[in-house]
Design a protein around this ligand. Structure first.
Ligand SMILES: N[C@@H](CCC(=O)N[C@@H](CS)C(=O)NCC(=O)O)C(=O)O
Length: 505
């Protein structure tokens, strides 16, 4: 190169013919990348380019290389652009950086490679069979950005660039992650995927009630799975529907661990897979007759006889557990969905599912300010309405605890420790509500319920492993009032005269 050696060395696998001009555009997906030369390139190169383009402050960043630039120099500059994420750069400023670099007293030795640390590519730069995980991508992107910056500016990155690079790396990774883990509508509001299995367990049906035939897969963190554990406990189904409890593994899959349930703790604990003997829940889903490769969610009800997923929708599973196993349940007379309040249950369910159960996720997973504003307003409108209703009614539908209460409880239990902070549901804590907070304590103290609540696991898993919204991985303390000591304080709700009428919702 006429100006001496470039400080940035690209590996041979990255060699391709650079065009005279190219541009980085904002793209919604990898497929839309307007750079034909990237087609067929390893996925992570395309991600780096997508990342760079998505984060430009302007919509299009054009770059023309002066004709005097040699081919190899264009390659270097273009490669740098892919890595200088978040930084709008033109050939003139890059040129001046390189000149400065060349005249610096202590030349930098850092070389920029486009390889991920995980080595998921073979030596020829072809993607290996297993794809790079999002976590690998994020460390790769951060790494690439820092290396590119260091190569150009030396060890002491200018703070502005450092902040811009970190912000860009995080924001880009977040966008990729949200588009895959939390699908949203065009307006940026979270759209929860439908559950795939909705069979019922009924006498005379495809899945008839039987003692010991069905297995429940659950997790302590997940509010949807928690519903099923509560109904299971209240109905007394230990001897009828065995269950396994999974934890989120580092792979992002639900995994089973050693059987710590025999340690005699006050709460339920993670187990091995007692239903199908697998290591992950995905393997259980996959092993079903006919196979399955979709989302492997908890809760899930498994038929050990036909090796089939019966149902993976918590709203259905709690109804099934409430009504299908009364011939063997320890508490068959406890009916959590009595016919005379069926309409009330259904009305509360509709309102609470949309604005509270799923509403907290709509706040946490919103990808636009407008979508968040709408979700958070709807969430607190409903909580206000419930609080007003609970002034007169011990439970949502009168004097008796129903499935509607179970569905509300698992969300409000997690509210102050998790959703208030992690999902930005921050207008008000549950512990600040006059009636909702004693109601939360009343529910917690209902026989069998406290043993299903593991606030330490909930916090650890939400903040650390379940939703990668917290890159530092620090787990906040459980607030006073939301811990078992607070939840066991007297609630005095037994004295209430109840009204089953939906008052103000
Ligand atoms: N609609 C489902 C939602 C269940 C759900 O989203 N479970 C989450 C845990 S909180 C899960 O297993 N996610 C894993 C995945 O999406 O792959 C239900 O209510 O049962």
């Amino acid at each position: 190169m006429s100006h001496g050696q470039a400080a940035i060395k690209l590996p041979p696998s990255q060699a391709f013919s650079p065009p005279e001009k190219f541009e980085l555009r904002r793209c919604a997906s990898l497929q839309e990348l307007p750079m034909p030369q990237l087609q067929g390139r390893p996925l992570k190169h395309r991600y780096a380019a997508l990342h760079a383009s998505a984060l430009q402050r302007t919509d299009v960043c054009r770059c023309s290389f002066p004709a005097a630039f040699s081919n190899s120099r264009r390659k270097h500059l273009q490669g740098s652009l892919f890595s200088l994420i978040g930084r709008k750069i033109d050939s003139a400023s890059l040129e001046s950086h390189i000149k400065k670099n060349e005249s610096a007293q202590a030349p930098r030795t850092g070389s920029l490679t486009m390889r991920a640390r995980t080595g998921s590519e073979d030596g020829a730069g072809k993607p290996a069979a297993s794809s790079t995980s999002p976590t690998d991508f994020s460390s790769y992107l951060v790494d690439a950005g820092i290396k590119a910056g260091s190569a150009l500016f030396g060890k002491g990155l200018p703070p502005g660039l450092l902040i811009q690079t970190a912000e860009a790396a995080w924001r880009g990774t977040w966008k990729i992650m949200m588009s895959q883990l939390a699908p949203s509508n065009d307006d940026g509001s979270y759209k929860r995927p439908e559950s795939a299995f909705r069979n019922r367990i009924e006498k005379g049906g495809r899945f008839p009630p039987e003692k010991g035939r069905y297995h429940l897969y659950a997790a302590l963190t997940c509010p949807w799975a928690h519903r099923t554990l509560i109904v299971h406990a209240i109905k007394g189904l230990d001897a009828v529907v065995p269950f396994s409890i999974a934890v989120p593994g580092s792979s992002g899959l639900w995994e089973f661990a050693s059987d710590s349930s025999k340690s005699g703790g006050a709460t339920l604990q993670t187990t091995i897979d007692r239903g199908a003997g697998k290591k992950t829940l995905k393997e259980v889903y996959k092993s079903q007759t006919g196979g399955y490769d979709g989302r492997s969610t908890v809760p899930m009800l498994w038929d050990t006889k036909t090796k089939t997923v019966v149902n993976n929708e918590s709203a259905d599973i709690i109804e099934i557990l409430n009504e299908a196993f009364n011939d063997w349940a320890a508490h068959p007379d406890v009916d959590l969905a009595p016919k005379h309040v069926a309409a009330d249950i259904s009305r509360w369910n509709d309102l609470i599912y949309d604005t509270v159960n799923n509403g907290v996720y709509k706040c946490g997973f919103a990808t636009s300010q407008g979508a968040y504003d709408i979700a958070v307003a709807a969430l607190f409108d409903t909580l206000d309405a419930i609080d007003a209703h609970l002034q007169r009614s011990r439970y949502l539908c009168g004097d008796q605890l129903t499935l509607a209460d179970v569905r509300l409880f698992t969300t409000i239990l997690r509210f102050d420790p998790v959703y208030y902070v992690h999902f930005k549901c921050s207008r008000q804590r549950i512990s600040e509500y006059k009636y909702l907070y004693p109601y939360l304590r009343d529910m917690y103290q209902h026989p069998g319920v406290a043993a299903t609540c593991d606030l330490d696991s909930i916090c650890r898993q939400y903040y650390y492993s379940l939703f990668p919204l917290n890159p530092g991985g620090l787990v906040p303390v459980v607030p006073r009032g939301s811990d078992p000591v607070g939840l066991l304080q007297p609630h005095s709700r037994g004295k209430l005269l109840s009204s089953p009428v939906l008052q103000s919702a």
